[in-house]
Design a protein around this ligand. Structure first.
Ligand SMILES: Cc1ncc(COP(=O)(O)O)c(C=O)c1O
Length: 447
């Protein structure tokens, strides 16, 4: 029967909160293996999203599946809030060793990226004894009250739910589209750093500021890397004023950018705190704060405990995930295939005048769809494109309305990547030729 997707969505229909899903395509995912997904009507798709960068090792990786199965037969849950378990005790030092900073590091477990960022706010306030937190426009740090308060990418994340966490100040992220024509990257960095300093010069006492929290490469904010000079300035400012510097690696970590952590693209920076989630356990609910020991020691239990955080099954999955990343050289693979993808998208940029910019960092990036006449974002055509790509058998979505999100599993086969590019090119050609049709619900798709 061809209608299982529809039928299941109808069943879910009246019973699922609309705040909990961004609308894209009417499918129900049944299975995933590697980079290939199958829906309930047995249509197959090349996954170019990795479930929001949470399955970097691909779907149902056999090594991860086995680790989950083996652990589940032994012990599904005992809370690390009371007692350690073997996979959890093994994972903590393993992750601490991978942390992108020198010196002793401790870890704290969470259930979601959002609560890892909440934890960072708690640790920073506890350690510094200061209250203010600085974050960036365009940031997506999560959906709990703390993490949504430091986010700045959608009005729906503020609308109707205030008051948010007090003491949060947002400064503009140096996204490439704010760069003036003819402005060099250094000039842009310096101008944006002036804007960063403005609050500190006018109302925000630096000596009462606990934390600067940043995505070195913003994900949902548009797949945009902060210029190195800019982030170095911000980092130095933090160090000069005793402010902790935290990076959110939930989206861009775990090999996604061709480095283990995106902050490793900034050789002069060693963060104090790092938030990790999503792909760390190949998509099982586990998040991690990696932090300097002295900072992590500033809170006492139960200042940051959750019953299921660091649960044996999720931590067994995380150990297996690290094995796969190491054994299959996924960090290098992301870098190498990321170059292939970049070349391909740059070719498309030459061919299709509605591509405004291509930003690739490993197998990971954003492609801006613009009105060629004005250069302004063109969300409608971006939506038409992702819809056509979906019809042709690949899954891509948009962020910020007009930016195509490209984040395939790092295990994607080269022939699958080629096939995905053929699909994307066909959709773009149809758009150029005026042959692409709009989905009936065009205005409801995306965020
Ligand atoms: C950079 C970043 N931080 C935090 C989060 C929140 O993670 P979670 O949805 O697991 O709470 C996300 C999720 O998209 C993210 O991309």
């Amino acid at each position: 029967m061809e209608d299982k997707n529809k039928e299941m969505l109808k069943n879910e229909g009246d019973h699922f909160s609309k705040a909990s899903r961004i609308k894209y395509f009417d499918i129900v995912i049944k299975e995933g293996h590697g980079a290939i997904l199958t829906d309930e009507d047995n249509h197959q798709y090349i996954d170019l999203l990795s479930s929001a960068s949470s399955t970097n090792t691909g779907h149902a990786h056999p090594h991860v599946v086995k680790a989950i199965q083996d652990q589940a037969t032994k012990l599904i849950q005992y809370t690390p809030a009371y007692f350690a378990t073997e996979p959890e005790a093994k994972l903590a030092p393993r992750l601490a060793k991978l942390a992108p900073m020198e010196g002793p590091v401790e870890v704290a477990w969470g259930n979601s990226g959002s609560d890892a960022n909440d934890a960072i706010i708690k640790f920073a306030r506890a350690y510094t004894g200061r209250q203010y937190i600085v974050s960036f426009t365009g940031a997506y740090h999560g959906s709990t009250y703390g993490s949504i308060s430091v986010s700045g990418v959608s009005l729906n994340m503020t609308r109707k739910i205030g008051p948010l966490l007090p003491g949060v100040v947002k400064v503009p992220y140096p996204s490439s589209w704010y760069r003036h024509k003819g402005e060099s990257e250094d000039e842009f960095s310096d101008r944006m750093f002036e804007a960063f300093k403005l609050p500190f010069e006018t109302y925000l006492p630096a000596d009462e500021t606990a934390l600067i929290m940043v995505e070195p490469i913003q994900g949902d904010g548009g797949f945009c890397k902060a210029p190195e000079r800019y982030l170095n300035h911000v980092y130095k400012f933090a160090k000069d004023h005793g402010i902790l510097f935290a990076v959110d690696e939930i989206n861009q970590g775990m090999g996604r950018t061709g480095k283990m952590w995106s902050i490793q693209r900034f050789p002069k920076i060693q963060p104090d705190l790092v938030a990790v989630g999503k792909s760390v356990a190949s998509g099982l609910p586990l998040s991690v704060v990696l932090g300097r020991k002295k900072i992590m020691e500033s809170l006492n239990a139960p200042g940051n405990v959750y019953t299921t955080a660091g649960n044996p099954v999720t931590t067994a999955a995380a150990n297996a995930t690290l094995d796969v990343i190491e054994n299959e050289h996924l960090v290098e693979r992301s870098k190498r295939l990321g170059k292939v993808a970049e070349n391909k998208f740059k070719q498309f940029e030459q061919k299709f005048d509605f591509i405004g910019d291509v930003r690739l960092y490993g197998l990971n990036g954003g492609i801006d769809i613009v009105d060629p006449k004005t250069g302004k974002p063109d969300s409608k055509n971006a939506t038409r494109l992702i819809y056509r790509i979906f019809q042709l058998g690949a899954l891509m979505i948009t962020v910020r309305g007009n930016i195509l999100r490209f984040q395939p599993p790092l295990v994607i086969k080269e022939e699958e990547l080629d096939q995905a590019f053929n699909i994307i090119e066909q959709a773009m050609q149809e758009l150029k030729d005026g042959k692409i049709k709009s989905p009936a619900n065009l205005d409801q798709i995306g965020w």
